[in-house]
Design a protein around this ligand. Structure first.
Ligand code: MLT
Length: 279
């Protein structure tokens, strides 16, 4: 995998295909391989870029706290390094969606559209924050084994556990080999993330909202509300899929992304971009 040096760390990424740019941003505590079916299928019609975020996969690790804003700025830096100045389609799953909100706030002019998969707009509750900070402490002391054991139960729908056991196991292995300090830094960053639910109505950006009907982490009803509040949005609920909808139901997800990108690329909605809305 190629890598570039951004703000003191190396970011590794996959870059395949030609056409409109699709930036695929993984969830926690995973890496770019969660997009394996999107990379394989969509590279025939677009340029697919799938990085490992700071602290994950083969990318460099920053100890302490890595905020969602830092990750958004890393991705803008990656686009700069690749000399991509055209507006891109930012597709983020869960934590990748938390990064998407920050990217919209900080780099909106770089976006042609956003694809929000299985994510949330609200911040953590005090109890959720506390649990995240405890997880951060524990993973540094004990390593990621306990997360690798527990988390896939919530990531995948029951059907995937029965019918896609290999994928579940591969995901467990990804978590097991992730750097403990990287997991801890992102967990602290997620605990500190802002609530953007009150800002959705002002996000004048074409959005595709995708959720698995069985998602136990970002519930379908919550995502439907996000889609209703975003001014320009489409909503796709995938029956039977869980939180990892791009891995569990790749055909449906790929079709939705492909339709959205081709529609927005050929007929972008008219939008007023304000002069002072970037950085
Ligand atoms: C993810 O899939 O990125 C995580 O479930 C996000 C979270 O823990 O809030």
């Amino acid at each position: 995998m190629p890598s570039v040096s951004i703000s003191g760390t190396d970011l590794n990424y996959v870059d395949e295909g030609r056409g409109p740019v699709l930036l695929l941003v993984h969830g926690f505590p995973l890496d770019h391989t969660m997009w394996q079916y999107q990379i394989a299928d969509l590279k025939d019609e677009m340029r697919v870029i799938a990085p490992d975020l700071r602290g994950f996969g083969m990318s460099g690790v920053t100890a302490g706290t890595v905020t969602m804003a830092q990750m958004a700025d890393d991705l803008a830096g990656l686009l700069d390094a690749l000399r991509i100045s055209e507006p891109v389609y930012f597709c983020g799953l869960s934590m990748g969606g938390y990064v998407a909100w920050q990217f919209i706030e900080r780099h909106r002019k770089r976006l042609a559209g956003v694809i929000l998969c299985d994510t949330r707009a609200v911040a953590d509750t005090p109890k959720e924050k506390e649990t995240r900070l405890e997880t951060a402490e524990k993973v540094v002391k004990e390593g990621p084994g306990f997360i690798a054991e527990a988390m896939p139960k919530r990531l995948f729908a029951e059907r995937a556990h029965q019918e896609q056991a290999k994928l579940v196991q591969e995901t467990r292995e990804v978590i097991r080999r992730t750097a403990p300090e990287g997991i801890a830094a992102a967990a602290r960053g997620m605990a500190a993330r802002p609530d953007v639910s009150g800002k959705l109505g002002g996000m004048e950006i074409p959005a595709l909202v995708i959720v698995g009907s069985e998602d136990a982490i970002s519930k379908a009803e919550e995502m439907r509300t996000i889609a209703e509040e975003l001014p320009i949005s489409m909503f796709v609920e995938i029956p039977g899929a869980g939180h990892m909808s791009p891995l569990e139901a790749p055909d449906v997800v790929n079709r939705a992304i492909s339709d959205f990108v081709s529609r927005m690329s050929s007929q972008p909605p008219e939008m007023e971009l304000e002069e002072d809305d970037e950085e």
